[in-house]
Structures are given as C-alpha cells and as structure tokens.
Design a protein around this ligand. Structure first.
Ligand code: FES
Length: 119
C-alpha cells in the first residue's frame, strides 16, 4: 500500500517562490516545490553531478526574478515547468519530477515509494 507523505498546504507558497522538503526524514531537503503557474515538484538532484543539492541556501532554488530553477554548484538553469536545463553544464538534461498527490484538506503530498524508487 502506498505511503503518503504530507508536504504543506497547496496554497502556502507565494507565487514565484520555492521551498525544500525532507519528506523521508534524511536530514537534508531531498525535493523541492516551485510555485509558478501552478505547483511543480522536483528532486533536489542536479543532473550535472549526482547527489548535488541545488539550493544556494535553505529554500532558495530560483534565480533572482523567480523565472528559472538554478543550481548553486555551477549555475545550471532549468525551466520550472519542464525541468529541462536551458543554460549551463548539463544543457538538455532534465530534473527528476516528483508526482504530487492532492489531499482532501487542500494539502499536497508525495508517495514514499516514488521517492525511494525514482533515483
Ligand atoms: S552540480 Fe548543478 S550545475 Fe553542476
């Protein structure tokens, strides 16, 4: 049976912001949400280097005007909606999407099994 891990309320993030989450309790944010024309969920793993966290500080996954996801390590930029790298050392590669589950009370969640297997 699927284990659902609650993240936050769907309307909690202001437009144009991002937030990291550690739904598996690993001690670091393993995924993040971006609110821009809807909610987008991505694993916190840059395709340029395995196991590289992308935020330059807690919850800071975006460029200054909030239009692109940015990896702090070497500056790769990614389209928020598609996850495709449009600038930088891994151009054309894609972030790993995390499927969001809408809960009845307006919160969003992820399936533990997806985080475990979508590596
Ligand atoms: S690890 Fe992300 S750009 Fe190099």
């Amino acid at each position: 049976m699927e284990t659902v891990l609650r993240l936050c309320m769907a309307d909690e993030l202001p437009e144009g912001t991002s937030r990291g989450f550690d739904p598996m309790g690993t001690g670091r944010d393993t995924m993040f949400l971006v609110k821009r024309d809807g909610l987008h969920a991505w694993k916190n793993e840059c395709p340029h280097w395995a196991n590289t966290s992308m935020a330059w500080r807690k919850d800071a996954f975006l460029n200054a005007d909030g239009t692109r996801i940015v990896c702090a390590a070497h500056g790769a930029q990614f389209d928020i909606a598609t996850g495709v790298c449009t600038l930088g050392p891994c151009i054309g590669q894609t972030l790993k999407r995390v499927s969001l589950i809408d809960l009845d009370d307006g919160a969003v969640a992820v399936a533990r099994e997806e985080l475990e297997t979508n590596t």
